[in-house]
Design a protein around this ligand. Sequence first.
Ligand SMILES: [Mn+2]
Length: 387
Amino acid sequence: MALSKSKKPVEKKTLKSSSAKKVTKKTPAKKVTKKTPAKKVTKKTPAKKVTKKTPAKKVTKQQRTKVICISHKEDCDGISSAALIRQAFGGDAILVDYPGQMEALNQVVLDEKLKSLFICDLGLSKKTQDEFIDIMTRLRKNKVSVTYIDHHDIDPNVVKSLEKIKVKVIHDINECTTVQVYNAYASKLNDHASFVATCAAITDYMEDRPIGSKLLQIYDRQFALISATVMTYNIVGHQREPDYLQYLVEELADSKFPHDIPNTFEFAQIQVEKLSQMIAKVKKGMKTMANLGHMEILDAGASGAVNFVMGLSGKDVGVAYKERIDHGIYAVSVRGSKNCKVHLGKIVNLLATDLGGSGGGHDKACGAVIPKPKIKKFITELNKKIK
Ligand SMILES: [Mn+2]
C-alpha cells in the first residue's frame, strides 16, 4: 500500500500499483525494456525508504500497513497466485521453495509493519506443520491478518488449529491454488486474471477440475496450453534469478500474456533444447528397482527430469533427486503414472519425516527434502511401500 501511495503523484489515472509501470512503457525506449526486470525491482526501493522515514517509531507503535504474499517460486501455480494476490491487494511477494519456506515465515513475523499476510501454494508436512502453527499464532497475536491458500494434502487437525486462531484457510485439494485465489477474490480481479488462473491449472494438471475446466473453456485450448508451457519454462529456467521471478509476478499482475513479456518464447526454446538433452541423459543414467525408476540429477533441476525418469524407466513411479550442497540435503521429485494406485504424497510425507526430512504433495506428483546420508534408504523404502 505504501508503494501505490508513493506512485500516485506519477499518474493519477488508476489506483493500481502498476500505474507507474505503464508510464515507463510509453517511453520510446520500448526495446530497451526487455532488459529491465532488475530496473523495476530497484524502483521499489525508494518507496520503501520513504515509508521508513516516518518519525512515529519512537512515539508510538508503528502503523501496520504492509501486505505480503509468500508464495511458491518453483512453478506457475505459485507465481500466478502471487500475481493475483498482488492484483487484488497490492503489496509485495516473497517467493520461496520448500527448503526456504520456514525461513521466510520466520522473517515476516519480525516485520513490524506487516498488516496482512497471504501464504500461497505451500503445502505443509508432518515436519513443518507444528512450526507453521506456532508462527501463525505469533502473527495473530500481533493482529496480522493471515490467509492460507493451498491445495496440497493437509492434516485436518492443522486446519482446525489454524481456524481456531482465526487464520483464514482457503483449501481445496481439487483446484490449484491460483484458481482458488481467483475464485475467492474475483470481485477484486480483472477479466485477465481468469487466464492467469487457467495457465496455473494447466501446469498443475488441474484444468479438468470443476472451476479449472470452466476457466479453460473461456479460452482457446491451444492458446492456453502454449502460454502455460512457456510461462512454466521461464519460471523453471529462472529459479536462481529472484529479480526475474518478481518481474514475472508483476507482469502477470499487470495482466500481461506470457507472449507479451519480452523474450519468453525465445527462452522457452532454450529450455526445450535442454530438456531434449535430458532425455538422452536419463536414458543413460537412470536405474530401476522393482517398482520405480530413479536417477540422481547433477546439472539441472530434479523436477525437470522426473517425468522422463518415470516414462523412460517403464515403471509407474519415477524419482529424481538433486543434491543441495549448501543445505546438506537432496531435493527429491516423485511422479506417478496413471496406473499408480497409491497416494505418493502421503507415503512420501511419512517416509521423509521418518528419515529426518520433510515432504508431501499430491497423489501422483510430490516432493521431499531428504538428509544427504538417507537418500538411498529413501529410495529403497519407497520402492517397498508402493507395490
Ligand atoms: Mn500448486
